[in-house]
Design a protein around this ligand. Structure first.
Ligand code: ZN
Ligand code: ZN
Length: 362
């Protein structure tokens, strides 16, 4: 478990708590004197392999504490009257009964403005989403990040949800969600300005065409080129975009990149983009930098296509390690008089949706 230190907090700051101290901290939060002071709470639970004793011994992990920790978290959170920002990163083992996190509907705060739930443990079925999101404590939420390993929903449910969700989360303008389709109802009929999603689909495109706000920032995790198809069908939902990501270019040459990005030239306000780049070396002796297409010549050509383009945030994949995951160099190309390149701190998908710019690293 790690809990972000809310005092003098900077992105990435956190305390890692061992299993003995986790329940203690959650119990302390219930104390009225402490509870009144908490306005932001971010928590990340440890990865759990599940109740299997064999797996636990093989991977040298503690016994499964998921149900107990979730209950304690619920008690703590429902004691915080002034909570404004809540982030839960749940890496609990699967919960077949889908009973966890229901306490989110019982928060006592009336000033919650930001809720981020990344949940690996449950399917978050429609009934549960509705139960949580229609609760009185959710009425004030402006920013919602909702990523769950959800199941499939029958298409005809969509209309029902669109109708139902009009009554809930009336203030949401910034939204990111994962594979579940039930939150598309929130997009339709609401002034969504910032949106992050897994991929663009018919349902979401349709919902966006009913969106009453000017969509300012859009980030799709996969299949970004689908947007070309949807912009060709109806560009209106995307006309106000100032930021788009994430373009993914794996071993691509400059000419290919320019061609792929040409349809975006109709977006007259596009000022910044996010790119995931992976330059593939053909031989061991070949210099990766030499082959990397993101150079001034490409940027100048891009600028001819996109006259307002000022910032390009790039994650450059340098290493894939089975144990430690991906390692990326992050940098920013910024256009003032000419293009300048800066190394920047690591940034998340959610940072890009919200427009939190990474810091320049010297
Ligand atoms: Zn567990
Ligand atoms: Zn969960």
């Amino acid at each position: 478990m790690s809990i972000t230190n809310t005092k003098d907090r900077r992105p990435g700051d956190s305390m890692v708590l061992d299993t003995r101290r986790q329940p203690l901290v959650l119990r302390t939060l219930v104390s009225p004197r402490i509870a009144d002071l908490v306005t932001e709470f971010r928590i990340k639970f440890p990865y759990c392999v599940g109740p299997s004793k064999l797996l636990q011994s093989l991977l040298l992990v503690d016994r499964c504490l998921c149900a107990d920790l979730d209950t304690r978290l619920g008690k703590a959170l429902t004691s915080l009257p002034n909570l404004q920002v809540l982030h839960i990163n749940c890496l609990f083992c699967p919960d077949e009964e889908d009973t966890r996190h229901r306490y989110l509907a019982d928060l006592v705060t009336t000033s919650l403005r930001e809720l981020c739930l990344y949940c690996k443990c449950s399917r978050i079925r429609i009934e549960k989403s509705q139960h949580i999101l229609s609760a009185p404590c959710m009425q004030s939420v402006i920013t919602l990040d909702w990523i769950a390993s959800g199941g499939r929903v029958r298409p005809d449910v969509y209309d029902v949800l669109t109708h139902t969700y009009r009554k809930v989360l009336p203030l949401v303008t910034k939204l990111r969600y994962g594979r579940t389709v039930d939150l598309e109802g929130i997009v339709a009929g609401r002034p969504i300005t910032h949106l992050g999603c897994h991929t663009m689909k018919d349902g979401l495109h349709g919902a966006l065409s009913k969106n009453t706000g000017a969509l300012n920032r859009l980030r799709v995790d996969e299949n970004w080129s689908n947007i070309n198809f949807y912009m060709g069908r109806d560009p209106e939902p995307y006309r106000s975009l100032r930021h788009f990501g994430c373009f993914r270019f794996i071993g691509c040459a400059s000419n290919y990149i320019l061609k792929q990005m040409l349809p975006f030239a109709i977006l007259e306000h596009l000022q910044s983009i996010e790119v995931f780049n992976h330059t593939i070396r053909l031989s061991r002796t070949e210099d990766r930098e030499e082959r990397n297409p993101w150079k001034v010549s490409l940027l100048d050509s891009l600028y001819k296509q996109h006259r307002r383009l000022k910032k390009i945030f790039i994650k450059d994949l340098v290493e894939v390690n089975k144990l430690t995951g991906e390692k990326c160099d992050c940098f920013l190309w910024e256009r003032r008089e000419s293009w300048e390149r800066y190394s920047v701190s690591q940034f998340t998908d959610w940072d890009m949706v919200l427009g939190f710019e990474p810091q320049v690293v010297h």
